[in-house]
Design a protein around this ligand. Sequence first.
Ligand SMILES: [Zn+2]
Length: 146
Amino acid sequence: MNRDTFRNGIEEIYTAHGKAFPAQKVAEGVFERVKDLPDSFMAFAVAELRDYTTLPSNLGRELRRNLWPAYLGKNPQLRAGTEIKGCDLCRSGRAGPGFIYAYNPADSCRVVMFKCVCCTQENVAHWESWDMGKIYEAGLVPGLPQ
Ligand SMILES: [Zn+2]
């Protein structure tokens, strides 16, 4: 999750409950609990938490233990282990659907695995997405060295 998305969400939640933005340490502790979750989850969490009669004293726990499972229930495609179909960029590659291998032609021992732009796997939500343009721009060649 993007830090700004998180901050804005937290601010909205606290404002809705008439509270000031939490102390940096508190906010950081909450962020630690949700930083591996996708940005899209924050909008859901804000909408839910605005409706609570009281703000949970342990917001990180509430987000992780209650709201995240609820969000996954509504968005089953985000579940880790969900079958990924892949797209034209990654489907035929050896890294598997949703992932792309690339290597540096000047140093063919260095093979890197990237997340494809089509990949929605939740456990790699924090990985940067790559497409072929970006791979070539980085001076790499998609696939495995021959
Ligand atoms: Zn793909």
